[in-house]
Design a protein around this ligand. Structure first.
Ligand SMILES: Nc1ncnc2c1ncn2[C@@H]1O[C@H](COP(=O)(O)OP(=O)(O)O)[C@@H](O)[C@H]1O
Ligand SMILES: [Mg+2]
Length: 318
């Protein structure tokens, strides 16, 4: 019998998306075909402590030893100290191939300000915005509705729409509590549409059918993300010109950032075409999350999506 591939599935993490990452990792571990894969689950606690698959606390050095026993890693830690390239860097140093983006793409995509600059450089529209810090926040004068958000967070934590000047200070405080830098962006009026790009081991790329998020209250906030009240429409009903523009922009952004594996590229579709919102190099990955739903609509069921990611990681290593 062929030896099963040993996959380290890494979840958890030291940020506000810890629980979401646990759910992504648990779903992936359960969906990996046991005839082909031996799963080793590793969890990073909110305090940065590592735990083995029996939830026993282990140190980082012991975790790296366990990683050395694996053939490949599937890192599913969303947000800072995970998706932002830190976990990719650890795996690079440990010499273990892994699914998904490397250090640079993870770090750049996690930074909504730098992502904006890259998008601008390749002609992709983003929301006009200014960057503020604790030192400069007081100099900002509200003149029109804006969205205030941390430069690097996730799951809508610290993201607030500010329609009245009196709401600005609280919104800035909430965002600055999560990041030293915050973005104040113009409100983009448009439909929220996500694209997913996946690279295969042979170098070809697949763009899954677009997904539209239909939110009753406007902002896709934390509760709406996880209480099941948002409706996902896959494929999103789109005019042919919008669909083409979105696919082009998603691929161009994926390439400009140097992404690998799967990335979710989120847009607003406006009367003037797509406006890039953000790029997720470790998107939500439960069976019900956007990316698996999009690939399912492309005829690639969740277990096969995992196969493709692992194959690509192993091919890159050889
Ligand atoms: N400039 C904007 N205009 C309108 N809505 C926005 C804007 N920026 C963010 N939003 C809303 O807030 C949500 C969360 O913001 P986002 O930047 O995607 O943060 P996160 O990384 O936490 O998902 C988006 O899904 C969208 O509904
Ligand atoms: Mg988002």
């Amino acid at each position: 019998m062929r030896r099963r591939t040993r996959v380290a599935v890494i979840g958890g993490g030291q940020n506000c998306e810890h629980e979401v990452s646990l759910a992504s990792a648990a779903a992936a571990a359960a969906a990996l075909d046991p005839a082909r894969y031996h799963v080793m689950a590793l969890t990073i606690g909110v305090e940065g402590d590592w735990r083995d698959e029996r939830d026993r606390p282990i140190g980082l050095a012991a975790a790296v030893e366990l990683l050395h026993d694996c053939d490949v890693a599937l890192p599913l830690v969303h947000g800072p100290r995970g998706e932002d390239g830190t976990l990719a860097a650890l795996l690079d140093l440990a010499g273990l191939p892994y699914a998904g983006s490397g250090l640079t793409a993870g770090a750049v995509a996690m930074d909504k300000w730098v992502t904006k600059l890259v998008a601008q450089a390749i002609g992709i529209a983003t929301a006009p915005g200014v960057l503020l810090t604790g030192a400069t926040a007081a100099t900002y004068t509200w003149t029109h509705p804006v969205v205030v958000k941390p430069v690097a967070a996730g799951s809508s934590r610290g993201v607030r729409r500010v329609d009245r000047p009196g709401e600005l200070a609280d919104a800035l405080d909430a965002a600055l509590a999560l990041d030293r830098r915050v973005l104040v962006e113009d409100v983009i009026e448009g439909r929220e549409v996500d694209l997913a790009v996946l690279a295969r081991a042979d170098g070809t790329r697949i763009v899954a059918p677009a997904l539209e998020i239909v939110v009753a209250g406007g902002l896709f906030d934390y509760d709406t993300k996880y209480d099941g009240s948002a409706v996902f429409r896959v494929p999103a009903p789109l005019a042919e010109a919008d669909r083409k523009a979105l696919e082009h922009a998603a691929l161009a952004t994926y390439d400009a950032l140097g992404c690998r594996g799967v990335a979710r590229v989120d847009f607003f579709v406006t009367a003037d075409g797509p406006v890039l919102n953000e790029v997720n190099t470790t998107p939500g990955f439960t069976g019900r999350s956007q990316v698996p739903r999009m690939f399912d609509a492309a005829g690639i069921p969740y277990p096969e999506l995992l196969d493709i990611l692992i194959e690509d990681a192993l091919a890159g290593a050889s």
